[in-house]
Design a protein around this ligand. Structure first.
Ligand code: BV8
Length: 233
């Protein structure tokens, strides 16, 4: 453990599952209730903006009814107590549970439910209300807000910063993700090629499990606090 200084953590929907937020690919998950191409692509938004705005309004509203779980709390503790190097939590999740648990070094590579992007002035604003009623952009007043999330076919945010952190990392930990969506699913391979140690904490084996030096199966609410205790002691 002594030689570990810089840590990059990737989280996915599995870390929020125990808070009561649906994952995408589990039985009854989000992608079973809605076709991805209809609600999570620019084409789907162009075709039926009301359907897409309603999909994200429903998820944004659900966010107000859930709280962080032990896994989020453990990562927030690590963020606060990790002194021997850098730490970056790269999340694919658009919920704000990492922040509400107290984590500060969080990067939302797929955007955030609580942010609005204006298609007219291209400015972002904190947002916690519905969008289906076409509210005016807080900056330019145009009724052109869209969810500030990265849809399929769109470029994830801050990729340069992510790859720089991976290059500097001594340890890459993937938590609660199926390894089904790129470029996030490729980070473990990028890390391995750069000699970074890799650990997976997930409920079941994922599409990328075989790329990890170590893969532990179990619920994030149990595995993550145990791992944080291990690395801090
Ligand atoms: C891009 C935000 C390029 C929106 C999301 C063919 C090959 C390779 C790539 C592609 C390809 N065809 C198309 C692509 C590109 C595409 C892609 O990867 N498609 C896949 C389907 C093949 N990727 C993209 O389009 C990306 N952009 O490539 O841009 C580009 C280049 C130049 C210029 C412009 C563009 C953008 C992808 C981002 C899409 N947005 N989310 C929203 O939230 O609505 S994706 C969404 O699904 C998530 O953000 C996440 O990224 C992804 C995977 O979800 P997970 O988080 O892993 O959740 P999932 O349900 O899948 O799994 C949950 C896991 O948790 C499971 O393993 C389960 O076992 C575990 N679990 C459950 N409970 C627990 C648990 N673990 C622990 N404890 C528990 N209690």
């Amino acid at each position: 453990m002594a030689e570990i200084r810089n840590i990059v953590i990737l989280t996915g929907a599995g870390i929020s599952a125990e808070s009561g937020i649906d994952t995408f690919r589990s039985a009854g998950g989000l992608w079973e209730q809605h076709r991805v191409e209809n609600v999570a692509t620019p084409e789907g938004f162009a075709r039926d903006p009301a359907l897409v705005l309603g999909f994200y309004d429903m998820r944004r509203e659900a966010l107000g009814k859930v709280v962080p779980n032990a896994a989020h709390d453990a990562l927030a503790r690590l963020d606060a107590e990790w002194k021997q190097g850098d730490l970056l939590i790269v999340t694919q999740n658009v919920d704000d549970l990492h922040e509400r648990a107290g984590a500060r070094r969080v990067l939302h590579m797929h955007g955030e439910l609580k942010s609005a992007l204006c298609r007219s002035c291209e400015m972002r604003s904190p947002w916690d209300a519905p969008m289906s009623n076409r509210p005016p952009c807080p900056v330019c007043q145009a009724p052109m807000l869209r969810p500030d999330v990265v849809w399929f076919g769109e470029m994830p945010y801050q990729m340069d910063r992510i790859y720089r952190a991976l290059r500097e990392a001594d340890l890459f930990v993937s938590i609660g993700t199926s390894g089904a969506v790129y470029p996030a699913a490729g980070f473990v391979r990028d890390a391995r090629e750069m000699g970074v140690r890799t650990l997976e904490l997930n409920l079941e084996r994922s599409e990328g499990s075989h790329w990890f030096d170590e893969s532990r199966q179990g619920r994030a609410g149990e595995l993550v606090p145990a791992w944080v205790e291990e690395i801090l002691s």
